[in-house]
Design a protein around this ligand. Structure first.
Ligand code: B12
Ligand code: SF4
Ligand code: SF4
Length: 312
């Protein structure tokens, strides 16, 4: 069995939906970061600027790196889309955040894969990332053929859709790269038209400062009234540009217990959630992505959604 097949089989046994390989190179898409940062599209995500040159070149992260093992995990559970849940008195938490924090789940899975690789090839160098360091995971996912980068900037697999988490292992192993999947967006602009804040300023480009996901999760402090109004009932993250994507219409569902909604996290009543945050934060939010904006950020978001509900 070739090393490539061994790693793919192991990855699938561990539970990944897709495992594919790219060369550990600097690709054309890496350059998009330069302009994006220069235009301030990262808002106050200073970490995006800090290791800019590393982010754009995996050899700066790991000089001996030859390949990137790119892993994808489906998090789509059998629950409706936000565009079909329009009660303004109920908040929308993004699909990815209903269950356990994916960083924890995927890091463990990547560690198991790394262990299997090391058993077969002792002395191999590996570095694991799942949104935890200066690497652009989607660029490798594209070049490993996990999917294409859609106009909404998400990686889309033609069979699974875009409800995918990504994790990578940089390694000094020489692995044959997988073929790239061509862009299937064609003339479609559904995601661009559906974005309530016009955050997709042009195909394949998001100005995070306008993106509800950024505003509700990463941005600290006040949210501009014009954008706050457009947030609707979104209180943590945003799924709209993926909900409307035709490639997600028949997206398969995962049975993984870790990603099933915790009690009270699927389309919660705004008043009840506010109470829960005030009374049970942080204990009820342990290992949940919802911890990121902290108590004050969650309350700010719930208040914005409550005000938006009053205006309807
Ligand atoms: C910063 C960040 C954000 C920011 C900025 C988003 C953004 N589009 O950059 C905010 C907070 C808004 C965000 C939101 C979300 N995020 Co986020 N985020 C990241 C992070 C940390 C870095 C992304 C990055 O490098 N951005 C910089 C810009 C320059 O890159 P980009 O938008 O990806 O741009 C690419 C394209 O524009 C392309 N490109 C440029 N020009 C052209 C031209 C053509 C023709 C083509 C084809 C492509 C192309 O190249 C660029 C480089 O990849 C990654 C993890 C990581 N370390 O990679 C996760 C990550 C991208 N996020 C992820 C997720 C799940 C989300 C959300 C779905 C969460 C939610 N529901 O709220 C949303 C989705 C919003 C969206 N439509 O992208 C997943 C994406 C999985 C996937 N299937 O793609 C990642 C990979 C995390 C993970 N490990 O799973 N995120
Ligand atoms: S996540 Fe929401 S706000 Fe951000 S680009 Fe997509 S639709 Fe627009
Ligand atoms: S909605 Fe259309 S344009 Fe947007 S990512 Fe999906 S297929 Fe591409």
């Amino acid at each position: 069995m070739s090393l490539e097949i061994f790693i793919k089989k192991k990855g699938e046994e561990i539970g990944f939906d897709k495992v594919a390989f790219a060369r550990a190179d600097s690709y054309l898409e890496h350059n998009a970061l330069q302009n994006w940062l220069a235009q301030g599209c990262h808002g106050d995500m200073n970490y995006m600027e800090k290791n800019k040159t590393k982010r754009m070149n995996p050899k700066e992260v790991m000089p001996e790196a030859k390949s990137v093992i790119t892993c994808a995990l489906n998090y789509n559970t059998d629950y409706p889309y936000s565009i079909d849940c329009k009660n303004p008195n109920k908040g929308w938490i993004a699909r990815y955040a209903w269950g356990e924090d994916y960083h924890i789940i995927i890091e463990e899975m990547l560690k198991s894969l790394q262990k299997a690789v090391l058993q077969l090839e002792p002395g191999t160098n590996c570095k694991i990332y799942v949104d935890t360091g200066p690497v652009m995971e989607r660029v490798f996912a594209k070049h490993a053929g996990v999917g294409w980068i859609g106009k909404n900037t998400c990686i889309i697999d033609p069979k699974i859709g875009s409800w995918l988490f990504l994790g990578i292992i940089l390694t000094n192993l020489e692995l044959k790269e997988d073929p790239v999947i061509p862009d299937h967006c064609g003339k479609c602009t559904v995601c661009i038209d559906a974005c309530p804040t016009q955050a997709i300023t042009q195909p394949y480009k998001i100005d995070a400062r306008r993106c509800i996901s950024y505003l509700t999760i990463e941005h600290k402090g006040e949210i501009e009234p014009e954008l706050a109004r457009k947030m609707g009932n979104n209180i943590f993250g945003c799924d709209i540009c993926q909900d409307v994507c035709p490639w997600n219409k028949k997206a398969p569902k995962t049975e993984l217990p870790a990603f099933q909604p915790r009690n009270g996290f699927f389309n919660p009543d705004l008043k009840e959630l506010r109470q829960k945050v005030l009374e049970n934060y942080p204990q009820d939010f342990k290992n949940s992505p919802l911890k990121r904006p902290k108590r004050d950020g969650l309350i700010r978001n719930i208040e914005i959604a409550s005000n938006n509900a009053l205006m309807i």
